[in-house]
Write a protein that binds this ligand. Structure first.
Ligand code: GLN
Ligand code: ZN
Length: 757
């Protein structure tokens, strides 16, 4: 008999119950007890959904983030949390920080947040120093184990393993994190002992760093850790996901654990090798259902792969999704408005678990026992393969016919810069913003009414034009040099374009946790992408008609659209990206033809797409940069191309940034004291740069002198002729009362520098 289990279930709830419960609690509208009740009822509900599996995961639920849960479990919340507060308050102090209210109530900075491997989920970074001590706090986990057991479930505890935990954290004093291993292992042993004492048989111990390139030191840490934990009276399922084991394969197979889970989607080519290496007493859990995408599994094909393995492994074979289902929406049943044809191709978390059960049944009782479902699945897979909604020959032909010249500008940057300056006549230190202006309630309401059909085209257009006029007038008053229309008509920088492109579908409730209570609803790219008609021209043209100053055309780049969507699994990502790049290219050319002189193509998510293994970075960067250039470079020298990126780590990708060859790049720098410009300086980056001088994430209004100082720091690193002056990012989350004085100070900072430097 094969067994089934799940690595983790989405926590947020079908109706985002957890989000709303958390936010109510944070606003002080409910008490801790109510929040705990919501947590419990969600857990019970999620286990009920997973009841048919042989094991139910316990410990995957979290009020904010499972890495922070692990920190609390190990007694390693940041030292600055209030020792006298209760555990829940301490937990939220670490996750969200706490503003200082009076002399005795100190401000507590939140823990740093960063991306969880190559997903769009963010975890809270554990903090270490050489002095860090750990203590076991298994109460919450044990309580949840009891909850599951009393509801009749087979609790399999889920823990983040000690080596990955250390690896994911940050040393605050430059000390070697690995030196903490010997301190942390007894704590893990204590927790494992407690779990065993509470009737837990299996622990899923997540060590996802086994799919990354590990130095010898870290490989050895695995040996030390697992030989030590092997003494615990409990079975460990060493769990890896998101990629291939490669050079860590033998290590993962041989560590003394009772079982190993591998990602059978991303590491499909390693299955045979793993089966060969795996000692004959060990369980092999195959992550056969893709936990990262939303497509139906080809069950017949999966069975072709599984049947011979089942013959060989018999009871030692377990089946699961490839990774936690945290990364997919919960239930297709919550979608009432999804195109029925597309819907037929999809599986969300609940459907994925059904698929898992079906595979297990086919293996345990023969394919005949589920013949009908398998036939149905085969038909759905074939319908998708053959659909004309998926395959558009014109798009494929156009992609094949792309010529290298299409990705090239007419002249090099130096020449273009002269031509553009002659036309634009911008002052030194030109000032601009990144695109969006405050999204007021009025704007949101208008968009909503329009979406619901409560107001018509003409009404909506009039309201949006009024917003654009308002934003343009404000910018003229502020005396900014390059204006924007303000993006009032956009709910989201990807969704706005996806909704106007062919090949995209949207869900009503397909929420995926990004961090804490924040969720995103990624579009689904199901088919060949094309642009039926202009998407932004009318708004930009209107904005430009109101002023003689240049207004930037504002677009989202192909790589960002790709990286923030669920993408097709039937062609390489690079191919999908190329299709998007052609669609946006058409928009760029249309903008140029309507007299727009500056076009900004945002690539906020370019860095996010970097593969887990550095050895694969170049390949990704090559096609990502090529896609951007196809989008951007259909214009004449006179048109100035801007791009924008919201992060502050360019060391690894500076070459790619230079290859993108945008005339101007605006980046986030205000919080790094311009230090990140060092990499641009060291690279001799020739094109113009707008380092953000105003942190838009905070409601604080930056003083003029502060921005002057930042710009001077920038001018020490970059030729002043290359410098632009702008905020870190778009202003849509701010209020006009904050934006106006901040931009006023920014513009006068720029003017001051024009005179001084
Ligand atoms: N143009 C977008 C805006 O201003 C850019 C947002 C982003 O980079 N995340 O909102
Ligand atoms: Zn940004």
């Amino acid at each position: 008999m094969v067994s089934t289990h799940n690595l983790g279930f989405p926590r947020i709830g079908r109706q985002r119950e957890l989000k709303f419960a958390l936010e109510q609690f944070w606003r002080g509208e409910t008490n801790a007890e109510t929040l705990q009740e919501t947590g419990k009822s969600l857990r019970l509900h999620h286990w009920a959904v997973q009841a048919e599996l042989d094991w139910q995961p316990v410990g995957d639920f979290s009020f904010y983030d499972h890495v922070l849960d692990t920190s609390q479990l190990l007694g390693n919340l940041p030292a600055r949390v209030d020792k006298n507060a209760d555990t829940l308050s301490q937990y939220f102090q670490a996750s969200r920080g706490q503003a200082g209210t009076n002399c005795c109530n100190h401000q507590i900075a939140a823990a740093e947040m960063t991306k969880w491997f190559d997903t769009n989920y963010h975890y809270l970074v554990p903090e270490f120093t050489a002095q860090t001590d750990f203590t076991a706090h298994p109460e919450r986990l044990l309580k949840q184990v009891k909850e599951a057991q009393s509801a009749g479930h087979q609790a399999k505890a889920v823990l983040l393993g000690p080596v990955s935990y250390l690896w994911l954290g940050k040393s605050k004093d430059e000390s070697n994190k690995l030196a903490l291993l010997e301190k942390i292992l007894p704590i893990y042993a204590e927790i494992l002992g407690q779990l065993a004492a509470n009737g837990v048989e299996w622990v899923q111990i997540d060590e996802p760093i086994l799919v990354t390139e590990l130095s010898l030191e870290w490989q050895q840490a695995f040996q030390t850790a697992y030989f030590s934990l092997a003494k615990s009276p409990i079975k460990l399922l060493l769990t890896t996901y998101f990629g291939q084991l490669q050079q860590n394969l033998q290590l993962a197979c041989e560590l003394p654990t009772a079982g190993l889970h591998i990602d059978a989607i991303n590491a499909a080519n390693e299955i045979t090798q793993v089966v060969d290496w795996l000692p004959s007493h060990k369980v092999l859990s195959l992550g056969i259902i893709n936990g990262r995408n939303i497509w139906k599994t080809d069950l017949n094909q999966a069975l072709d792969l599984l049947e011979p393995l089942h013959k060989r492994l018999v009871d030692r074979l377990w089946l699961a999704p490839s990774c936690s289902l945290l990364h997919v929406p919960i239930d297709l049943a919550s979608e009432q408005n999804l195109d029925t044809e597309v819907r037929d191709w999809l599986a969300f978390a609940v459907q994925k678990l059904d698929e898992l059960q079906l595979l297990a049944k086919a293996l345990n009782s023969g394919r005949e026992s589920v013949a009908e479902q398998l036939a149905e699945n085969r038909q759905a897979i074939q319908r998708r393969q053959r659909s004309i909604r998926v395959h558009n020959p014109a798009v494929k032909q156009r992609c094949e016919a792309i010529q290298p010249e299409q990705a090239l500008r007419q002249s090099d940057y130096a020449q273009r810069a002269k031509i553009q300056q002659a036309d634009l006549q911008l002052p030194a230190f030109p000032t601009t913003t990144i695109g969006s202006f405050p999204q007021t309630n009025l704007i949101r309401q208008a968009r909503k009414q329009y979406r619901l059909g409560l107001i018509g085209d003409a009404d909506y257009k009039q309201q949006m034009q009024a917003e654009i006029r308002y934003a343009i007038d404000k910018q003229l008053d502020l005396d900014l040099d390059v204006l924007v229309h303000g993006e009032a008509e956009r709910n989201d920088m990807v969704e706005y374009f996806g909704q106007q492109l062919q090949g995209f579908a949207f869900t009503d409730n397909g929420w995926v946790q990004s961090y804490g209570s924040r969720c995103v609803k990624p579009p689904i790219i199901f088919g060949d992408v094309s642009r039926p008609g202009p998407m932004t021209i009318e708004w930009i043209r209107y904005a430009q008609s109101l002023t003689d100053k240049p207004v930037k055309g504002m677009l989202t780049g192909p790589v960002t659209i790709l990286n923030w969507s669920f993408v097709r699994d039937d062609q390489p990502r690079s191919e999908t990206c190329k299709q998007i790049s052609l669609a946006i290219r058409d928009e760029v050319i249309d903008l140029e033809n309507s007299g727009v002189k500056i076009i900004q193509i945002d690539e906020a998510a370019l860095r996010e797409g970097l593969p887990l293994r550095q050895s694969q970075w170049q390949e990704y960067l090559d096609w990502a940069v090529e896609s951007f250039k196809i989008t951007a470079n259909g214009v004449t020298d006179k048109t100035q191309i801007h791009t924008h990126m919201c992060y502050s780590e360019f060391n690894d990708i500076i070459e790619a940034i230079a290859a993108m060859d945008a005339d101007v790049i605006t980046i986030e720098t205000s919080r790094s004291q311009m230090e990140l410009l060092d990499v641009f300086r060291d690279f001799d980056y020739p094109n113009a740069i707008g380092p953000g001088v105003y942190d838009i994430h905070s409601p604080n209004i930056p003083p003029e002198q502060w921005m002057v100082d930042l710009l001077k720091l920038a001018a020490k690193r970059i030729d002043k002729q290359q410098l632009w002056v702008n905020p870190d990012c778009g202003l849509k989350t701010r209020r006009w009362e904050e934006v106006e004085p901040a931009l006023k100070a920014m513009v006068s900072a720029a003017k001051l520098l024009r005179d001084q430097l």
